[in-house]
Design a protein around this ligand. Structure first.
Ligand code: BGP
Length: 461
């Protein structure tokens, strides 16, 4: 069977500056929280590999773009490192301007449309020392950074995103230990979320002020549909709340321009309302997005929570993880594989969010110890990845046929890349990166498969 994707569909891959560039502390770049955290606690990082050991794209960008072209990708998402462009938050670093202009121009010259994101978990250390996203000051600092980026690169880059997965730095940094500063405090997490969303809206405002010809601005959200254990009222309420906190608090705000009423009511009831300034509401209302990037890996399975004190576990007060017995697991990463989720979220965007244009900005399959799948020539035979992408694309195609306004599919990721505390544990790329051999890139089987798909727009099942 064959599935034809629309003409002009974007085929590509996603990555981020801190996960691929390397060169973490040279040419004027100042440290991000990741650089500093690695310096402070290197033992937390898988195999002790830190952010200066990412895939060295800073020096190898020409080769990377060449490989993108070879794979016939027509688009690529990465980010700018705030700490490279504005090392002290004020002064533009000419080396950064030079690098990013060269890199983005190289993409365009090779038929690869750059989609550029501004924040992928990489808070500048100097700003973290002043309170990070908890401090209102961060909002204006970020808006300034956004403005500089639009001015410097807006002639080359037309599609922009403000944040990648804002939920993640909030949850992992303020309700968990996977991101710095490892705080566990729901009230502080809510303030961080508020400032992040306000910073997003102010960056959209800056985008309009700069006025990039044919420019579009969006945000990348991880949207994991929440499925309830049963039809019972308490389980349904758990799904409603998981959806409210994890999806609607972001989606409603960036697409519709206001926070969900139910969220405001809960925050009031539990004295969690963040500090808000006069005029903020208008900023959200006036600065909604042109498009959405949707990262989809796995769904949320939830059930009614156990009785407990509020707000010990934050969202856990309203819903609890449920281990669905029928789930299919990626044995190499432990995440659930559920391709129906991509269809459900696609239709949700269509029905509840004015059928806004959107694309899959991340979807992919992480595999630990992927060298297990080398053939005799040292090529990774990643048939599992091809199957994973095929199954998700089949569902995505169905959603497009059913009217969802999806314009592209980006796999996470192009090159195996460094992934925060997990470093190089889980490999996701179309290309293998050999850390022991000067970051040598080797095509995996999936890259050949993807090349054919991006050339023909035809998925063969
Ligand atoms: C996403 C992030 C990426 C990437 C990916 C894989 O949520 O946007 O930055 O890291 O997850 O994660 P991991 O390597 O932990 O499997």
């Amino acid at each position: 069977m064959e599935k034809q994707f629309p003409k002009g569909f974007l085929w590509g891959a996603a990555a981020s500056a801190p996960q691929t560039e390397g060169a973490a502390l040279i040419d004027g770049k100042s440290p991000s929280t990741w650089d500093k955290w690695f310096e402070l606690e290197p033992e937390l990082f898988y195999n002790g590999v830190g952010p200066e050991h990412t895939s060295n794209t800073y020096h190898m960008y020409k080769e990377d773009v060449h490989l993108m072209k070879e794979m016939s990708l027509n688009s690529y998402r990465t980010s700018i490192a705030w700490t490279r462009l504005l090392p002290d938050g004020e002064t533009v670093n000419p080396k950064a301007v030079e690098f990013y202009r060269n890199y983005f121009n190289e993409m365009v010259a090779n038929g690869v449309e750059p989609i550029i994101n501004l924040f992928h978990f990489d808070m500048p250390w100097w700003l973290m020392e002043k309170g990070g996203w908890e401090a209102r000051e961060s909002v204006d600092k970020f808006a300034y950074y956004a403005k500089v980026a639009f001015e410097q690169f807006g002639d080359i880059v037309k599609k922009w995103a403000t944040f990648n997965e804002p939920l993640v730095h909030i949850e992992c940094g303020y309700m968990g230990d996977a991101h710095y500063p490892k705080v566990h405090d729901f009230k502080r997490a809510i303030q961080v979320a508020y400032h992040t969303l306000l910073a997003h809206a102010k960056a959209v405002e800056a985008f309009k002020e700069v006025g990039i010809e044919d420019g579009e601005i969006g945000i990348i959200l991880n949207l994991s549909p929440a499925y309830a254990k049963s039809e019972e009222e308490a389980d349904q309420a758990a799904a409603f709340h998981a959806d409210l906190f994890y999806i609607r608090s972001f989606l409603d705000t960036v697409v519709k321009g206001y926070f969900p009423e139910e969220l405001i009511a809960i925050l009031k009831e539990h004295q969690l309302t963040p500090v808000v300034e006069e005029g903020d509401r208008q900023i959200f209302e006036d600065n909604t997005v042109d498009f959405l990037g949707v990262n989809y890996y796995q769904p949320l399975r939830v059930q009614a929570p156990l009785p407990q004190e509020f707000p010990a576990k934050g969202v856990g007060y309203f819903s609890r993880y449920y281990d669905w017995p029928d789930k299919v697991i990626n044995p190499h990463r432990g995440w659930e594989i559920y391709e129906q989720g991509i269809y459900d979220i696609a239709m949700r965007v269509k029905e509840d969010y004015h059928n806004i244009k959107w694309f899959i900005s991340e979807n992919g399959m992480g595999v630990s110890e992927e060298e297990r799948f080398f053939d005799e020539n040292g090529q990774v035979q990643d048939d599992y990845r091809i199957e994973f992408v095929t199954n998700h694309l089949t569902k995505l195609h169905q959603a497009i046929e059913d009217g969802s306004n999806c314009f592209g599919y980006h796999m996470w990721t192009f090159l195996d890349c460094w992934s925060w505390l997990n470093a190089y544990k889980n490999r996701y790329g179309y290309y293998r990166v050999d850390l022991d051999d000067a970051f040598k890139r080797t095509a995996k089987k999936s890259s050949h498969w993807m090349k054919e798909l991006s050339e023909t727009n035809r998925l063969v099942i």
